[in-house]
Design a protein around this ligand. Structure first.
Ligand SMILES: CC(C)(COP(=O)(O)OP(=O)(O)OC[C@H]1O[C@@H](n2cnc3c(N)ncnc32)[C@H](O)[C@@H]1OP(=O)(O)O)[C@@H](O)C(=O)NCCC(=O)NCCS
Length: 171
């Protein structure tokens, strides 16, 4: 387990897929900036098996309550992050802490120079969480994904090893 100040990250196992399916199939949890989808357990298992160099972690409060998840995966050769917090636990700093923990873990465990994340141009909560975790906006990807009936713009963010410098949460 990766321990933070207010949240911990616990690696997900295959047995945890039902929890993930409940969340992924819930449009309120996924929000307006994530493509609407409904997945069976088989779909999820297939996606998990096909993801390259990916890991998913529960975001847990200190009492063990599961309040969301954060993942890293390879997107066109780049290490990319994605994260979700249940609606009742948002705006308490949990996503930004989870991002800091995962960035620490990735820079401490992999010989990489950069981590990236994408956030919809209107997803203020997501890009503020990234900026709080030390990520810098690089630019805008125009009409790069299809979501809730629209072709939408994403902001691309990254943090370089030399900007990260040292662990922010993991000792
Ligand atoms: C994006 C998301 C993970 C942020 O989680 P969170 O735990 O609320 O984020 P934090 O509490 O760390 O907030 C980060 C900053 O954004 C601000 N913020 C959060 N929600 C906001 C909102 N709806 N509007 C404006 N600012 C918001 C917070 O106040 C905080 O800034 P501050 O410290 O200056 O106040 C959460 O809103 C979510 O799960 N959304 C749906 C899924 C999603 O869009 N995921 C990202 C796509 S990969």
């Amino acid at each position: 387990m990766l321990e933070g100040k207010n949240v911990n990250l616990r690696i997900m196992e295959k047995e945890d897929l039902p929890v993930l399916r409940e969340w992924d199939n819930n449009p309120e949890f996924m929000g307006r900036f994530e493509p609407l989808r409904q997945e069976t357990r088989t779909d999820l298992e297939r996606t998990c098996d096909n993801l390259k160099d990916a890991q998913r972690f529960f975001v847990e409060k200190k009492d063990g309550a599961k309040i969301g998840y954060i993942a890293h995966f390879l997107a066109a050769g780049e290490i990319e992050l994605g994260y979700f917090i249940v609606p009742t636990e948002r705006r308490k700093g949990y996503a930004s802490e989870a991002i800091k923990i995962l960035a620490d873990y990735l820079f401490l465990s992999k010989h990489i120079v950069r981590i990236q994340a994408k956030a919809d141009l209107e997803n203020l909560a997501s890009w503020k969480a990234l900026e709080k975790a030390g990520f810098t906006r690089e630019g805008i990807l125009r009409k790069t994904y299809y979501c809730w009936g629209e072709h939408r713009d994403d902001c691309i963010y990254s943090i370089l090893r030399e900007e990260w410098k040292e662990p922010k949460v993991l000792a």
